[in-house]
Design a protein around this ligand. Structure first.
Ligand code: ADP
Ligand code: MG
Length: 237
């Protein structure tokens, strides 16, 4: 992939873009969290990602792996609540997959390690109405798009982001089983999960920055599922 200096620049640009987006979405995320939580998700994440972006902005020395680790460590120290250790701790520990820098392969390994860590730390399975519900389809779609369908990384990321969006929608009718929202029991049904939503927003920003650094264009059909194109008729002929 691209050289180390460009990877460093891309990581810093991504941290900046995510921090700006979460600042813009602070009220939106806090509104979602006030419906089924304690109204701090937007401010938690906006503050944390701003600190993380600031921590790497002038760093021209660290490897890409070290930069990602710094982002995770900063989030752990700046973000309280459930999402601090989930976002920060999982980014920190998944950064171990990046010792050869950012490639399509290491990005898949990072995504898988990140999902596993979130599930380990939060003890949340799919369907518990958490960020895991956006992450799981996103990570599986990303892996399949790269490893099975051999799509360009940018197209794979676009499909993964679209899968995260469907995951966010999927949280609405679920009953929360983890975190503060679970205290509401059935009253959590009908509300969109804040952590799944912030996960999707972050992926949208990663896609946007990847579009600036990777060859190719974001595939406009990327939101379509990765289903084989041939029809049964064609298979028979
Ligand atoms: P807190 O709930 O401590 O106030 P936040 O409001 O920052 O923390 O984050 C809430 C989000 O964290 C939820 O919307 C959900 O997506 C996620 N979350 C909470 N508990 C868990 C868990 N055990 N596993 C995975 N994600 C969780
Ligand atoms: Mg909260």
């Amino acid at each position: 992939m691209v050289d180390e200096a460009t990877q460093r620049e891309a990581i810093r640009a991504a941290a900046e873009a995510v921090a700006d987006r979460l600042e813009d979405e602070k009220t939106h995320l806090t509104d979602l969290d006030s419906a089924i939580g304690d109204a701090d998700h937007g401010s938690n994440l906006a503050r944390g990602f701003r600190a993380a972006a600031d921590a790497v902005v002038d760093d021209d020395e660290s490897t890409p792996q070290e930069l990602v680790k710094t982002i995770g460590v900063t989030l752990i120290s700046e973000v309280g609540g459930a999402s601090g250790p989930l976002y920060g701790g999982s980014i920190m520990s998944a950064s171990a997959t990046l010792d050869d820098g950012l490639t399509a392969e290491s990005s898949v390994a990072f995504a898988e390690a990140y999902l596993e860590k979130v599930k380990d730390r939060g003890d949340a399975q799919l369907g518990a109405k958490t960020m895991v519900d956006a992450l799981t389809p996103a990570v599986h779609t990303f892996k399949k798009s790269i490893e099975v369908d051999e799509l360009p990384p940018l197209t794979a990321l676009a499909k993964a982001t679209a899968a995260a969006e469907r995951g966010v929608e999927y949280t609405v009718p679920l009953r929360a089983q983890k975190g503060r929202a679970s205290f509401l029991g059935w009253r959590s049904v009908g509300h969109q999960d804040p952590g799944a939503t912030s996960t999707w927003f972050i992926m949208q920003e990663l896609l946007d920055v990847a579009d600036d650094y990777l060859d190719g264009e974001v595939d406009v059909d990327a939101s379509s599922p990765t289903i084989p194109e041939e029809t049964p008729d064609e298979e028979e002929s």
